[in-house]
Design a protein around this ligand. Sequence first.
Ligand code: FAD
Length: 459
Amino acid sequence: MNTAYKEFDVVVVGAGPGGLGAAVQAARNGAKVLLVEKNGYLGGNMTIGLPFFGFLDRDANVVMAGLPEEFMAEMRNYETAYGHAASEHCYCPMHNSVTVFDYELFKIVALRKVLDAGVELLLHCDVESVNVENKTLKSITLMGKGYRITVTAKVFIDGTGDGDMAYLTGASFEKGQKDSGVLQPSTLMFNMGNVDLEKTIKFVEEHPEQMDQSKTMEIYSGYDASHFRKYPAFVLFGMKKLVSDLRAEGKMPIDRENLIFISSLLPGEVHLNCTRHLGTDGSDVFSLTHAEVEGYLQIEKLVKTLQEYVPGFEKSYITQIYPSMGIRESRRFSGIRTLTENEVVNGVINEETIGIGGYPVDIHNGNGAGTIFTKTPPYGIPYGITVSDEIEGLMFAGRCASMDAVAMSSARVMGTCMTIGEAAGVGAALAVKKGISPKDVDVQEVRDILRNSGVIVEL
Ligand SMILES: Cc1cc2nc3c(=O)[nH]c(=O)nc-3n(C[C@H](O)[C@H](O)[C@H](O)COP(=O)(O)OP(=O)(O)OC[C@H]3O[C@@H](n4cnc5c(N)ncnc54)[C@H](O)[C@@H]3O)c2cc1C
């Protein structure tokens, strides 16, 4: 049943970091914007217990600001019973920087930012179909609670992570690693409470071999117990020896070689990035269903293993299983420009740059245990990765933008995704204002607007 027909300048689908960046910037730059989200809240993966990566490069220089910084500054001002709702950007010899924040309060801050910018919201809606005429995206039809709502716009920005709207337009995309097509594993994030993390750190201190890493991982020195004591926000990626011993004894319920514990602002709480599901295709609901089922069953077994064998977790319990599976990679669409591995590893920054990526290349093995982790110099993200080269009026924000698999494995972090979204939002607003295609927008004008709003576009 068709119930409504609405007209906008810009429609953004998906309210993760990419979509939020796009919607806020498009609205602040004068466009009439609709933000569509399938959940009843905003934030996407910003709400599943992950730290905000991307603020510092490998030498601890600040390379990202703009909206990510605006969000974190606002969270930092938030006074709660446990203190401020976001940490500083803490240096990390592995991830370059770690910023943790209160994921529940983030939903409120995100909502306020979007409303303050004048964005209209439509929650609980998925894209049902699209209307493409002469290779131009004219309208999309949303489905919510059995109702169909058709919206027209001059520009549509896909911020769904998996590129669901772009897929329906027939635009070309790639999935998975080069040649093999293997996808990085998915993870169902969860929290445990009543953890004595100091005891876990002491265990690592007394058994430094627990922080040994595989040869495929480039980590700077100092990634040890002293680091976890020094910084309030950290990711403890380790316990290789413990996990390998447990595996040898048949006591490790998961096919992985380490455990990942993320510090929380809440006392006694830890976010766990520990389940692992090989072969999950986030753009396929059958595959997703299988992974979600697997995720819950893995958590049940893993919790028992943690309580029994990991010092500090003896009296812990589950406090939250996040509402949906975390997908590291799926569709990446073709744009007028593609960010490549070569540019990322060589740190190319030029006049096309609309933001800086500062996170290492981080590829979780989709075939089994193991991770490839390589430090890169800071690199530029070109405007063109946000613009479809095939479908007029279609843009991308976040991890579905035009990148090769290796480049995406660095730029996929939430800060960089939000930065990509900001550029898409500014480009879309300029295109609407001038009555031109997002392809023909003057990139220097996009850069000027971004620079003036605090985004770092050059170093
Ligand atoms: C397990 C895991 C660990 C990670 N660790 C980190 C980390 O520690 N730090 C870090 O910075 N990054 C991390 N990442 C990467 C990061 O979380 C994602 O790459 C990033 O969030 C992608 O942003 P996005 O905006 O493109 O998509 P998402 O964050 O996935 O947001 C997409 C949004 O679109 C909505 N949506 C999806 N489909 C539709 C549809 N059809 N219709 C309407 N709405 C829709 C979703 O509900 C969601 O709100 C991790 C990823 C995973 C999976």
